[in-house]
Design a binder for this molecule. Sequence first.
Ligand SMILES: *Cc1c(COP(=O)(O)O)cnc(C)c1O
Length: 459
Amino acid sequence: MKNKIPTRIYLNEDEIPKFWYNLRADMKSKPEPMLHPGTLKPVTSDDLEPVFCKSVVEQEIDDTTRLIPIPDEILNFYQAYRPSPLVRAYYLEKALETPAEIYYKFEGTNTSGSHKLNSAGPQAYYAKSAGLTSLTTETGAGQWGSAMAMACDFYDLKLIVYMVKVSSEQKPYRKALMETYGADVIPSPSNTTETGRKILETDPNTTGSLGCAISEAIETAVKTDKCRYVLGSVLNHVLLHQTVIGLEAKTALEKYNIKPDIIIGCAGGGSNLGGLISPFMGEKLAGKSNTRFIAVEPASCPSFTRGRYAYDFGDTAKTTPLIKMQTLGNGFIPSANHAGGLRYHGMNSTLSKLYNDGFLEARAEVQTDIFDAAVRFMKAEGILPAPESSHAIKAAIDEALECKKTGEKKVILFGLSGTGYFDMTAYMSYRDKKMTDKIPSDADLERGFATIPQIPQNT
Ligand SMILES: *Cc1c(COP(=O)(O)O)cnc(C)c1O
């Protein structure tokens, strides 16, 4: 018999993860390597170090070391806000009248409001240890910029954030939060970079895109002394830092002998999903479990469900290495009415590989359904979820309702990646029934696909 399971499962000090888990080490079929866009050969650390810190470059390229020790300084940083709560959603189960058991891992308890701080801390720490004095980055919805602003303040580094223009206008409080922590926030495209000026020349009214903000941040990092660029998602080292989510969740569940049948996460660039599922996926790859894994993405930016598996650039200006990933094309920009976050054109390469090898499922949902699920959840559980996280909620509710039909008592775990306090404009448009759904047509997608580079590896 199982013990009665508490609403929150706590971890003892000695149960806190001391290592990050590198899932790639346990994949028999590895993700394709990044390519240098000039030579089309796999990138070396020399190619990446002008842009990124040495330590994260090593982590990015390493696909053989299973466990990577978390330095003491980062364990101390994590201790300020971790472990994050692992919650049994008793009230949601009751509201849904489902026989399923639902659990969620809640990453929204820190001021940045999301899991992003789990990688912001390490990235700022490594930059400081390498003797750098400033960092640049981009932010879309603002969570990553907020997390970096917190981490840079903590480690005494200067930070410039290129914030997608539409989002800096929709979310002035996000901008104010970053500035309060001491960051410089520049709406993108801007006239501070060549890339920005070029884009403004051709399209002065553009609302901006993540891809463009990334290009601006990289340009500034490369041109500034003792400065590097940091990225909050997509890359493997970010996903690695996020594995603290899955490691904590697994330890907590194992204390009560709970084995999830289904694990669900929302997917933008893939870092919270990848961080949550990695340790569980490792067991599945080893044949030790039969867990299903589900990625949930917006129907307006469907890189898994309607994207191509191809080598593409990570940014609009085509400055990054080529990454083999599920992509809508580096020139794809989701419809401006999309308020639910997760707007990136590509997807982490490891998750893309797992998807193409049949280990990871994906589904796309429209934003009005996402907000229905969000409100259902907040009324039951008392937490205002981020729109991004609500993609995972939607799928968790659907799976629980499926159990209600079949009478199965499945165990569902989902990632509640953050809170929605800065997303009230979107909640207001939902409340006022002004929120609409726009699913890109095949022709819209073709325009994006046309921006994927035509290289031999892609044919
Ligand atoms: C950034 C963000 C996401 C999406 O990013 P991933 O790298 O896919 O995890 C999801 N949820 C929240 C709350 C976020 O801030």
